[in-house]
Every structure is written in C-alpha cells, then in structure tokens.
Design a protein around this ligand. Sequence first.
Ligand SMILES: Cc1ncc(COP(=O)(O)O)c(C=O)c1O
Length: 430
Amino acid sequence: MQETGRAGESALWNPFANMAALAGRAITIVRGEGSTVFAADGTAYLDAIASLWYCNVGYGRTELAEAAAEQMRRLAGFQIFEYYTNQPAEALCHRVAGLAPMPGAKVILTPGGGSDAVDTAGKLARAYWRAVGQPSRQIIISRSHAYHGMNAYGTSLGGIPLLTEAFAPLVSQVEQVPWDDPAALEKTIELAGDGRVAAFFCEPVIGAGGVYPPPDGYLAAVREICRRHDVLFVADEVITGYGRTGEWFASGRFGLDPDLITSAKGLSSGYLPIGAVIASARVAEPFWRAGSAEVFRHGYTYSGHPAAAAVALANLDLIEREGLVARVRELEQVLAGALAPLAGHELVGAVRSGTGLLGAVEIAEDARTADPQIGQKLVLAIRARGVLTRLLRGVALQVSPPFVITTEEIGRVAEAFAGALDDVAGEAGR
Ligand SMILES: Cc1ncc(COP(=O)(O)O)c(C=O)c1O
C-alpha cells in the first residue's frame, strides 16, 4: 500500500504530530462514503473511529451539504450577540433542549468543538454560583484519565499527564480524583470545605483516556454525592452525546439528571464545526428569571452560526429518520462480541466495550514495557490491513465507528486487529 505524501514542503502543522517524523508520510484523505474514507492514491480505509469520534452518520451525506448550501445562499453567517438571532440557531436549540434528559433546558451554542463547550460550561458553573450568591464556590473537580479538550479549562481539567504537564496551570482551583473512586470525590469536596466546590466534570464513558465504561454503580454514587454537597454535575458528552451509547445522551442511559451537558462532535457529525452546552432549568434560572439583571458575559464570534446550525438540524433529522440511535443499541453487542476474542491475544491486556459503539483494545503492559513503540506499530499494522484506528493515552486502540457501520464491517475491523496483533507479535519474535 502506497502512502500519499504531501507535495513539496508542507506548511501544515498537524495536531499531536511529530512534524520531523511526519515529513513525506502524511496520508491525504480526499473523500468518504459510508464508513469508508479514500486516500488520494485511491486506497480505501474502513474508519473504525469515525474520524475523531464524530462522523456518526457516515461519510458522503449529500443532504447535509445541501442543508449548508441552502442556508449559506440565504444567510451564511450573522452574529447572535445581544439582540440578534437566526432561525436555524433557534430551531436547533429547541430541538436539542427537547432531546436532552433535563426538562426546561436552555442551550448555548458554541462554534468550535467540545473544547469551546467545556470552557463555556466551566465559566457558566462559576457564574451560576456567583449569580445565586455563593461566589466562593470556585473549585472544579475532574477525574484521572479524563479528556475535556484543549482550551484553558479543558487542559487544566485533563487527567492525561502527557497532555497537561507541558503547560503551566491555566485555570486555578481545579482538583483531580481517581476516575473510579466515588469516596475520593466526596473526600475532596469535604476537604475543600463547605461551599467551595462549584462543579464536578464527568465523562459518562471516559473516551480519549482509553474508553472506560463506568464501573457498576459509579455514576449513581458520584451523582448522589454531588447532589448531597450541592455541587453541579457536568456530564461531558462531547463523545457520548447524540446517540453513541444507544440513547440520545449517556446521561439518559445512566439516569444522571445533569446540571450541565457539554456536547459537540455528533451534533453535526462533524459536517461543520458546532457544539452545545445544555443548561438545566436550575442553572438557567438566575439568568432567565423575569426581571433578573444577571448576564452571562461569554460568547464567540461564531456562536449560533446559521450554516453550522442548519447542518446540525439536518444531521439530527437524519439520525431520527434512519433510526440510528436504535441501531447503535442493536450493534452494541455485535461490536462487543467481535472484539471479545482479542482479549485472548498475548499482546492484549484488556478489551473494553459494551456501552454503545465504543470500544478499546488495551495493549498488555509487559508488551508496552518491552517495546514502547508497540502501540504505534499496531496502529500502522492495522492500517496496512485497511482499517483506521488510533492509540489512546499510549495504551489502548480506539474503536468508535460511524453508526452506519455494518455487521460485516465490524467483523472486518476485528479481523484487521487480530491480524495486526499476530503480525506485530511475529515481528517481535514472541
Ligand atoms: C469528552 C471530550 N470533551 C471535550 C473534547 C474536546 O473537543 P474538541 O476536540 O472538539 O474541541 C473531546 C474531544 O475529543 C472529548 O472527547
């Protein structure tokens, strides 16, 4: 298989890439169809990760392109600060509020991806407490293995040391607790002191940290602790939102009743960038109450962008019309069944799956110690077999396909993983 390098000297600085090593080896993706993307040299890749967990409706959906074109011909962009609004943004917020498992929710649209949503939610949590007369509630707690994006709040809350240690502390008053330990959360809240903690940020299923479904009873326990200490519960559903766990929101699947939800990715399936913070009636109340003078002084130039909102609406239409959330539920056990046998391989430490179309194949610790490059070798060996995956936190291979993936394609993903594990084990002379 030939890799398609970039012509001449590239000026594109890729995220998370060693640019010295990438020179001449980048793969140019030119088009997609269903769960498959094609490189400039014609090579087809089955995309087991839906780009970066987002292309839920699959590639090549012309109706989303048409929704964008139609809106852009009428009004491509116009700001929504202060007095202005537009129809797609209004309709989208109404729709998202209706889908969210929180009655009376209000929706703040963000223009980029999940990082904008996370920073918005972090600021809103603190602004809420100030608005209700408890300005000393400033501390925000997150979990080890957590990934909350790359902006200031997200970087500060991140629980993956490699992604945070190169930067000075950005946001003050953040604390971290082990990802699976409700008692540690309670102890941290108590140690902080009465009325000091603003919010707990929680991915219902940890994603970029390695795909960890919640341990039995974990989410119910932390939700209850937050309620008892009056700490806002923020469900970061940037990955899990809009169907990936087989419900519109993982908060619905796990009965979380969150105070805030952060979302992005699947809102538009990535056809245009857009995110949303969904605020419960409780959090919205001090800002929306008749006669209130409280203003959330936060927003972005492209908040409520009409073209992006029109695409998101068309994406939600499509998910509904094709019953894709139910499809995820049906495929949950198909994916789990396909990945399970990989657990027996000598290079595999664990296989995690069973919550929607989310899975991870963790590389055995001894194999990683023996060869720190083994994860990237596996990614390349799987790609050589025509399937795209990536390495999470240096330890696990990601599986998060588009919702339109077929049972046969899921089988091909598992086969490529199995074959690549054998290839790499063979090369290592194991
Ligand atoms: C849970 C979670 N929060 C936030 C983000 C940041 O989103 P973005 O990269 O779109 O800014 C991500 C991205 O993967 C995520 O998985």
